[in-house]
Design a protein around this ligand. Sequence first.
Ligand code: PLP
Length: 426
Amino acid sequence: MADDVHLDSNVPGNPAYHFTIVPPGSPSRAGWAQRAALVPAAGLATKCVHAGVQPDPAYGAVMPPIYQTSTFAFRDVCQNAGYDYTRSGNPTRAALEEAIALLEGGMGATCTSTGMSAVLVALNLLPHGSHLLCTIDCYGGTFRTLEHAKAAYGLEVTYLDLADLAAVRAAFRPNTGMVWIETPSNPLLRLTDIRAVADIAHERGALAVVDNTFLSPALQRPFEHGADLVVHSTTKYLNGHSDVVGGAVVSPPGKVAMLQRIQSMNNLLGTSQSPHDCFLVLRGLKTLLLRMQAHEAGARRIAEFLASHPQVARVHYPGLASHPQHALARTQQKGFGAMLSFELSGYTPARVNHVLTTLRWFTLAESLGGVESLVAHPASMTHASMTPEARQRAGINDGVLRLSIGIEDPSDLVADLRRALDSLPA
Ligand code: PLP
């Protein structure tokens, strides 16, 4: 080894410091492996920065290289460095998977091309002829996929308010294999007691799956409450910059077989995420905690403002003491998040349109969780794929507006909303 190391240059005037260039892949003396071992017990801010990433063994890049390749050469017959084909595995994706698993407190993860493909990976764990219980006001795309699975694959689905534990118990059938929990739900910010529902699911031999997109592991860690799988649209807070679509399915601590099942399902369905997109999400993760703190500080101000405005009939935000499950939010979550919805008083399409078109800082757009604030009208946008009857059953009336609070100055956002609401005809 010593023969390969050649002296490159010295610090002028200080012969004590000899700089050498070592060949790519030379072992590092700095003990990065020891740092990796510290990450699981580190604070969340430290995890956001260091989870899944170590200086690259080839050149010491502090961010993992984007292994933009479909194919990996075998070193010899029956010998490779752990990767053969990017659908099945890729080092950049592996870094992101490790990071998300560490943040969630899970054993491992598999990263998917979109949040919907993460939903698909989880649903495909169910055997043929299964029944599933689902949050009544789930994301419209999840609803659409479940309805498709009902028609195409004979999946049985019951949508219900998972806060009603008696109804949850009563809804179980002998073939119930999964409870799909979105908490907080979209767009009405209803909460589910994960521990209570997971306990019921486990008594009946079913899996409790939590879509943790709305809060991210910075504000809620479902494995601490008994979840069997965590699903994410990483398009949202985990990436945080509205420049990527992606998803993740995370397996719980200690469940090797489950990790293998989700990884092989992602490979089988062909839904794995591109290395470049993985790199971007990994970059976004570094500031997850900081962003969530800023998002939430703004959301609290805005929720309080809306709750005091005469043109607003109701505000749905778990951080308000008036939210029916505020106490559960305090115990189950590490924060209240930055998604909220509100209902205009005296709803008419003209009044909704006035607000949507008067706002300036809030962009009229689907999605959520980016640094910029968005407003959406669920009935015509995110939840348009639900039938009007399903929306009505879920309590999503046409006057509901959903806000994703970004990290702008909250005073600007409040002023924008004030202008739109004050100018409504009385
Ligand atoms: N889950 C939730 C709660 C969502 O809000 C979304 C998208 O809005 C998804 C899943 C699907 O994610 P994607 O749009 O990345 O496919």
